[in-house]
Design a protein around this ligand. Structure first.
Ligand SMILES: [Zn+2]
Ligand SMILES: [Zn+2]
Length: 105
């Protein structure tokens, strides 16, 4: 998993279908996971990796939304380095971490 540490990722071992047509054939694969909720990142949906633009840390969209809800609205405080980032809307407007997704797919 080249470069995983650059993104402050945790890596977990997941069962993963070897190909889309045969879901029964699973193999164990190392996947980059959200440090907060430990779900593996996905290309779309609630576990899309989102970059916290002020500091460059990555968390999943669901965790980013949770942080936005409990903090002052429109301010997301990074769970890793405590830097505040003004987010003008839901976490979905934060940039996707495409570099991370390229490691998965
Ligand atoms: Zn998460
Ligand atoms: Zn941070």
């Amino acid at each position: 998993m080249f470069g995983a540490q650059e993104y402050n990722l945790s890596i977990c071992l997941m069962k993963w279908p070897r190909n889309q047509s045969n879901q029964d054939e699973l193999f164990m694969r190392l996947m980059p996971c959200c440090n907060i909720c430990s779900f593996p990142y996905t290309e779309t949906g609630i576990h899309t990796p989102r970059i916290i633009i002020t500091c460059g840390h990555t968390i999943c969209e669901q965790c980013a939304n949770n942080l936005l809800n409990v903090k002052l609205e429109s301010v997301l405080v990074c769970p890793f380095c405590q830097k505040p980032t003004v987010v003008d809307g839901p976490a979905g407007i934060l940039p996707k971490n495409f570099a991370l997704l390229e490691q998965i797919y």
